[in-house]
Ligand binder design. Structure first.
Ligand SMILES: Nc1ccn([C@@H]2O[C@H](COP(=O)(O)OP(=O)(O)OP(=O)(O)O)[C@@H](O)[C@H]2O)c(=O)n1
Ligand SMILES: C[C@](O)(CO)[C@H](O)COP(=O)(O)O
Length: 227
């Protein structure tokens, strides 16, 4: 079974506001370099979708494709650029990826065909009364029982996911992740326990958390396990 890691890294990082987000550094290394290094020991090849005009930094052992206007389109370009049987799709923007999560996903994809890292929701959830209003007010309480927050990596049989992407493209359907495209076709997706440290660096607050976590991660996990 040939496994490839596909890393969408072509986003513009609008919410962070520091230029192409995958190339932002935490603890002296880019988000992309951290994500690629975590995946590389587990796969035969790493492919990265980069923003148009960006070159792959020399310290990242990967093949690059030109990213597209949306995450979904960038992932489709990556899926078309490999012949791997199984793919692990992982946001560059989630730089702290424990090896145990990768191993659990690779085991789950063998039995279920598709799997994603996810965590049970721990907060109270409420839909705002008027979601687009400047001032927000409590609207409807949403029971959190049975709700999971979906992370990456997500593992798939490549041809099944490619078919789901092509169907979505042809239908004009947009999803926020890849597992949703497969689930839309009625296919099973296993939920594998993710990790709080797998949070997505989206806002300046997330970046501050990542800067604080990086030295701890590098001292206790990166060096100890040689990930
Ligand atoms: N056209 C795009 C948009 C996003 N991504 C990637 O998809 C992942 C998740 O996207 P997100 O965190 O939303 O990144 P951005 O799109 O850069 O963020 P923003 O929405 O704030 O601009 C990131 O690794 C990002 O680089 C991508 O490859 N191609
Ligand atoms: C794929 C993802 O990280 C799963 O939680 C998420 O949906 C990406 O969302 P974004 O708005 O593209 O960051």
């Amino acid at each position: 079974m040939k496994v490839a890691a596909l890393i969408p890294a072509a986003g513009s990082g609008t919410r962070l506001g520091l230029g192409p987000k995958a190339l932002v550094k935490v603890g002296g290394r880019t988000l992309l370099a951290r994500s690629a290094a975590a995946l590389a020991p587990h796969v035969a090849e790493v492919l990265v979708a980069l923003p148009p005009g960006e070159e792959l930094p020399a310290d990242i052992p990967a093949r690059a494709v030109v990213g597209r206007a949306t995450r979904q389109a960038s992932v489709l370009a990556l899926l078309r650029a490999t012949d791997a049987d199984t793919v692990l799709i992982h946001d560059a923007a989630r730089p702290f990826l424990p090896p145990g999560v990768i191993q659990a996903l690779l085991a789950a994809v063998q039995t279920t065909g598709a799997a994603t890292a996810a965590l049970p929701v721990a907060d109270t959830l409420v839909r705002a009364a008027h979601p687009r209003a400047a001032a927000q007010h409590w609207g409807t309480l949403t029971p959190r029982e049975g709700l999971w927050a979906v992370q990456t990596p997500q593992a798939f049989r490549r041809l099944a996911l490619l078919a789901a992407h092509e169907a979505a493209l042809s239908d004009g359907y947009a999803a926020t992740d890849d597992a949703g495209l497969l689930a839309r076709l009625g296919q099973a997706v296993a939920l594998v326990p993710g990790d709080a440290r797998l949070f997505k660096v989206t806002t300046p607050g997330d970046l501050a958390l990542a800067q604080a976590l990086a030295p701890v991660w590098d001292a206790q996990i990166w060096n100890a396990e040689g990930v």
